[in-house]
Ligand binder design. Structure first.
Ligand SMILES: O=C(O)C(=O)C[C@]1(C(=O)O)C=C[C@@H](O)C=C1
Length: 269
């Protein structure tokens, strides 16, 4: 099966996508991945959603609220960054903002005067370093395996436990009720004291553990939010269906989207 993910070759998304697809194709935005799967252009997409150091990948979350797709698998991958350059002297460090943020303390301590440059992906930063000796990149060490680049330093992420969670997305028709985890999005379109508490109580009442709650601005007006909620239960379970029915009643002025149920796996590379 073919999967669309964030390119060029050598991104962490590429490494995760290889675990679920025999052919991987690339684009340079997470929104484009979700949109292409929603429209049926691709059968699978692999997008990062959350990092243990830096938190949510907001572009992916916003794309899930905008385009109707199913989440069919979760991949968790440890992220161990290398500093990659043509030599030890450079003025610029180029990488994806998530990766730069995951190495903030290391860069402040070791390269306080380097200019940080945001790229569309870690591998795009590596391409930039390949072209320009004054630029270093942060990415997977394997990106230095060929050509003029070398690994200047390994394990430059601030937390040794640094890990990113990816979701594999499929067309909405492939949404599954089977799996140990479920993701859904709620837009209540109302605002009153205790609303968030009311949205979470149906899970607490049924002993369902929440693994993530993220609020994203709806874009409609200041203080108006879309909530991304992940729970440790499958849609096939009666308790999950009952909790969602209660939430749908609370959000009757807005909407509730089930991304679906899935199982989680760890991808080492
Ligand atoms: O730039 C890449 O290599 C990506 O796959 C994107 C991404 C992200 O957006 O979180 C994925 C994993 C790492 O956390 C850093 C960057």
């Amino acid at each position: 099966m073919e999967a669309l993910t964030l390119g060029p070759a050598g991104t962490y998304s590429h490494r995760a996508a290889k675990a679920v697809a025999d052919e991987v194709v690339f684009t340079d935005s997470k929104t484009a991945i979700v949109e292409a799967v929603a429209s049926g252009e691709y059968e699978r997409g692999v997008v990062p959603v959350e990092n243990s150091t830096e938190g949510p990948v907001t572009e992916s979350l916003d794309a899930f609220a905008e385009f109707d797709v199913a989440a069919v698998r979760e991949l968790i991958t440890p992220i161990r960054h290398a500093l990659i350059a043509q030599g030890p002297e450079f003025d610029v460090v180029a990488s994806h903002p998530q990766a730069l943020a995951q190495c903030r303390e290391y860069l402040d301590e070791n390269y306080p005067s380097a200019t940080l440059e945001s790229m569309t992906s870690t591998a795009a930063g590596v391409e930039r370093a390949r072209e320009d000796p004054s630029v270093a990149a942060i990415g997977h060490p394997q990106n230095a395996a060929d050509g003029d680049l070398r690994v200047v330093a390994e394990d430059v992420q601030d937390q040794s436990s640094n890990a990113t969670r990816f979701l594999v997305v499929a067309p909405a028709s492939e949404r599954s009720e089977a799996g140990s985890k479920t993701s859904f999005i709620v837009y209540p379109n109302v605002d009153y004291p205790g609303l968030l508490l009311e949205l979470l109580e149906p899970f607490a009442d049924r002993d369902i553990n929440l693994t993530r709650v993220e609020s994203r601005p709806s874009g409609e007006r200041l203080g108006d939010y879309v909530f991304h909620i992940d729970v440790e239960a499958g849609l096939y379970e009666e308790r999950t269906q009952d909790a969602l029915a209660e939430i749908e009643a609370i959000a009757e002025e807005g909407w509730v989207r089930r991304l679906g149920s899935y199982d989680s796996e760890t991808v080492l590379d």
